[in-house]
Design a protein around this ligand. Structure first.
Ligand SMILES: C[S@@+](CC[C@H](N)C(=O)[O-])C[C@H]1O[C@@H](n2cnc3c(N)ncnc32)[C@H](O)[C@@H]1O
Length: 221
């Protein structure tokens, strides 16, 4: 059995799908523009598409987008919000399987890959991404992690949010992927760093930037 295999890949999404869009704001125009430009006329794949917070805006902007999503509750939420857009969503663990490519853009937002439970699972996901890119394809990874967490063991956290006077609790297990870790895993998967920004306008990243947006291409053989 693949060491990355597990059956709880949808746990995070199932726990917070009902109120997820109240925690995370809709994407800023600069983010939508940036992803739309990177996708161009090609196909885009979002890892952990969730309730479609960003994917719906991209589909509205004409991007040919599909997603992979392990959580049934998130998939149901996406269907409820945007069924008419017919965004294809593959029900799977993205460390195990991706929809058939190739893609010109594969992307993972808001530290989604940190939800994978081990470096092996993260590596497995990146290897699948590398295989699914076109020659000019880009893998984009957004992180809001400052790189402080250096351990290879996931942290079990308990998040609590207050929405309209009501408290919601949900468990989160995170194995952060700060830039240095991401670069190392990406290199082992045949991906090389193409650029790194500190925001969606393309401001160059510097150590200490809270946000990092890393762009990789397949290594040329
Ligand atoms: C932080 S949310 C991001 C959702 C969306 N990309 C956004 O930006 O709003 C992470 C999403 O990834 C999904 N997810 C987490 N681990 C996954 C896995 N191993 N395979 C597939 N989906 C996963 C979760 O269910 C959740 O919908």
């Amino acid at each position: 059995m693949n060491p990355a295999a597990r059956d709880d890949a949808g746990a995070y999404g199932d726990a917070c799908a009902a109120f997820y869009d109240r925690i995370y704001p809709p994407p800023a125009p600069a983010q939508v523009d940036c992803l739309r430009r990177l996708a161009g006329d090609g196909r885009a794949l979002e890892l952990g598409i969730g309730s479609g917070r960003v994917a719906i805006a991209l589909a509205d902007a004409g991007v040919r987008i599909c997603g992979v999503e392990a959580s049934g509750a998130m998939r149901a939420e996406l269907l409820r919000r945007a069924g008419a857009l017919h965004i294809p969503v593959h029900a799977a663990d993205f460390a195990q399987a991706l929809p058939a490519g190739p893609f010109d853009l594969v992307f993972a937002l808001v530290d989604t890959l940190a939800l994978l439970p081990s470096r092996e699972a993260q590596q497995s996901c990146l290897a699948l991404v590398a295989e699914s890119l076109t020659d000019r394809g880009i893998f984009l990874h957004e992180s809001c992690d400052d790189g402080v967490h250096a351990s290879d063991a996931p942290e079990s956290l308990h998040h609590r949010v207050l929405i309209d006077g009501q408290t919601y609790d949900y468990p989160v297990r995170l194995l952060p992927l700060p830039p240095s870790r991401l670069d190392a895993l990406a290199a082992c998967s045949g991906l090389e760093l193409h650029d790194r920004w500190g925001d969606w306008r393309g401001t160059p990243w510097s150590p200490g930037s809270r946000q990092s947006i890393s762009l990789y291409r397949r290594e040329r053989s």
